[in-house]
Design a protein around this ligand. Structure first.
Ligand code: Z5A
Length: 216
């Protein structure tokens, strides 16, 4: 299997449902723009017109022909392969910062932890079709009950949001395991705090990271 290239200008945001990624993402984008240079804010699944269409297939609440765990995994990676090839790599090549709301760690957490898909298969897909690892990953960590209560106001939960609490407990635990295994890449942010505090902590973690890069 090929090793993954670390992309220092690729920064990702992860967390469970209702962790508050959307709010934090705009604060991070603003901080990065202040730092200078082009900032590409994007998301997964999605981030390109084709990948957004795959996202619709993945999240559609109609469960009459719901994707099985393997199909879900492959659709996530089909979306990601397109995103990496047409948005992420070209942006990094021209020296831009790429700020992605979710990336491959989400497949390790949701498909690996949540669905129980074999980790070796996910690592093989990552190596073959992504080949990149972010320089910094911010994990917004919140207990499942808190995150789900925040997200409850939504009209129709999508197919994955409709999963039971046990699924989201496995996702959270997989994310925490990933962060513990790679402390040099992950910063875990306490997302139970008020939204402004969470955003401030995330911006501070980004500032430390940028300072470290400048000194390297
Ligand atoms: N998925 C996967 O399975 N495998 C993969 O490889 C990838 C993704 C890439 C879509 O992702 C789904 O795809 C997702 C994982 C799966 N499934 N689920 N569940 P997504 O990122 O687009 O969707 P999401 O995780 O459902 O996003 P979200 O629930 O919108 O989370 P969020 O962006 O972190 O939350 P938010 O919109 O910022 O906040 C939610 C609400 O909470 C909102 O009303 C806020 O005002 C409120 N909020 C936010 N922060 C706070 C604080 N700190 N205090 C109080 N209230 C707050």
């Amino acid at each position: 299997m090929n090793a993954l290239d670390i992309a220092p200008r690729l920064i990702t945001l992860e967390g469970g449902e209702g962790a508050g990624k959307s709010t934090v993402l705009s604060a991070l984008a603003q901080a990065l723009r202040g730092h200078g240079g082009e900032v590409v804010a994007t998301r997964e699944p999605g981030g390109t017109p084709l990948a957004e269409r795959i996202r619709e297939l993945l999240l559609h609440p109609d469960n009459s022909d719901a994707p099985g765990a393997d199909t879900e995994l492959l659709l996530m990676f089909a979306s990601r392969a397109q995103h990496v090839a047409t948005v992420v790599r070209p942006a990094l090549a021209r020296g831009a910062w790429v700020l992605s709301d979710r990336f491959t760690d989400a497949s390790h957490a949701y498909q690996g932890g949540g669905r129980g898909v074999d980790r070796t298969t996910i690592a093989m897909l990552e190596s073959r079709f992504v080949g990149l690892q972010p320089g910094l990953t911010l994990l917004l960590d919140v207990p499942v009950a808190v995150g789900r209560a925040r997200a409850q106001g939504r009209a129709t939960p999508d197919r994955i949001e409709a999963e039971a609490d046990g699924f989201f407990e496995r996702v959270r635990s997989a994310y925490r395991d990933l962060a513990a295994a790679q402390p040099q890449r992950f910063r875990v942010i306490d997302a139970t705090q008020p939204a402004e505090r969470v955003a401030a902590d995330a911006v501070a973690a980004l500032g430390d990271y940028l300072q470290g890069l400048a000194q390297a």
